[in-house]
Design a protein around this ligand. Structure first.
Ligand SMILES: *Cc1c(COP(=O)(O)O)cnc(C)c1O
Length: 362
């Protein structure tokens, strides 16, 4: 199956220029969706078929559809960026394609070939190009590929039909000021993932498991929740939807190593940039005591949260039931904020893309 197979059905009622301008004024995150969406169906017998771009709109699903009952769902998140010359680029999409394949294997869903994944994004962004926000405003078009079991059957087994889709929405900065620290609640009762579970797959079920702790975090005045390893409750895992990195006073950059965290593409890219900047990078177990004592002794210089949506955000306080870690303040000149500016510069075509991470879409 090739790109030429994509069928395009245009939306007869596209968003007006005035409404689009209004969306760009304050896009937020996940409020306004573009006029089209990409869809590809899969059946066990026929494989992937009928790739298409169709008007954005509700799906009609049978109440017995397996996805409502057993949660066989996986997703991805990446962005398209407008460059100064008007062209549109996305960032390492083949990595998202590979991760979706890994998630699919764990959730017993079909693996979508990388070319089809990238082509679905390309076709959607081309059709909805005017939805890619203008250059230079810290905005982008967020792309949300996802796959659901799509079979009207209540028997408990892997679905034999599935649907892959891509929807898109213009987004601003996830947190309004990128250097503003986020406070984090240290969850000590609930886990998001365990050994042999689905922690390293990007699936809705992991998020479902994190909603209650996330709500508790809000109640404690925190925006995000940090999970520990479920076996010993000693070592850092990650936030509900972002990875964690600490910068030490000698410049070393450390991040948790675990089979039950989501391998973030932003984190990998940041760590590669750190290595290219001559920094030592360590992927290893990090205990909460190491963080706590490191802040007290001055060993921990910066604590950051990393992911596609918010890129890099400084962690302010890490609050636990019986102690609070107050991380050193991060400024524009801090290493992590300079890496942030290099990464967003590459994505927006302001810094040279020496690693060939960008893929041109339009
Ligand atoms: C998506 C996600 C991340 C960040 O991954 P990126 O590829 O950097 O966007 C981190 N943790 C979880 C749980 C995620 O779902």
């Amino acid at each position: 199956m090739t790109a030429a197979n994509f069928r395009i059905e245009r939306n007869p009622n596209p968003t007006s220029d005035a409404d689009l301008a209004k969306a760009f004024e304050n896009p937020g995150f996940g409020n306004y969706f573009t006029d089209h969406m990409a869809m590809i169906d899969w059946t066990l017998a026929e494989g992937w078929q009928d790739p298409r771009i169709v008007p954005y709109g509700p799906l009609t699903l049978n109440p017995a559809n397996a996805v409502f009952h057993y949660g066989q769902e996986i997703f991805e998140g990446l962005k398209a960026y407008r460059h100064a010359d008007g062209s549109v680029h996305t960032f390492r999409p083949e990595r998202n394609a590979a991760r979706l394949q890994a998630s699919a294997r764990r959730l017993a869903l079909p693996e979508l070939p990388t070319e089809l994944f990238v082509e679905a994004i390309r076709q959607l962004v081309q059709v909805d190009e005017r939805w890619v926000p203008p250059h230079g405003k810290q905005q982008s078009l967020y792309l949300r590929p996802f796959m659901i079991a799509n079979e009207d059957f209540l028997g408990v087994r892997a679905a034999e039909t599935a649907t892959f889709m891509v929807i898109a929405c213009p987004v601003g900065s996830y947190f309004s000021d990128p250097t503003r620290p986020v406070n984090i609640w240290l969850e000590t009762e609930y886990s998001r993932a365990g050994r042999g579970g689905t922690g390293s797959a990007k699936c809705g079920g992991n998020y479902a498991a994190s909603m209650l702790p996330q709500r508790i975090a809000y109640d404690k005045g925190c925006e995000q929740v940090l999970f520990l390893d479920s076996c010993s409750e000693t070592y850092l895992e990650e936030l509900g939807g972002m990875n964690v990195v600490l910068v030490l006073d000698d410049g070393t950059v450390i991040t948790p190593k675990s089979d039950s965290i989501l391998p973030g593409i932003t984190r990998d890219s940041v760590l590669e940039l750190c290595e290219q900047a001559g920094r030592k990078v360590e992927r290893r177990q990090i205990s909460i005591a190491e963080w706590r004592e490191g802040v007290e002794s001055g060993r921990v210089a910066e604590a950051i949260a990393i992911g596609t949506a918010a890129v890099i955000s400084p962690i302010g306080e890490l609050r636990a039931p019986d102690f609070t870690i107050t991380n050193p303040p991060v400024t524009e000149e801090s290493f992590s904020m300079r890496i942030r500016s290099l990464l967003t510069g590459i994505q927006n075509g302001i810094e040279p893309d020496t690693n060939n991470w960008l893929v041109k879409l339009v």
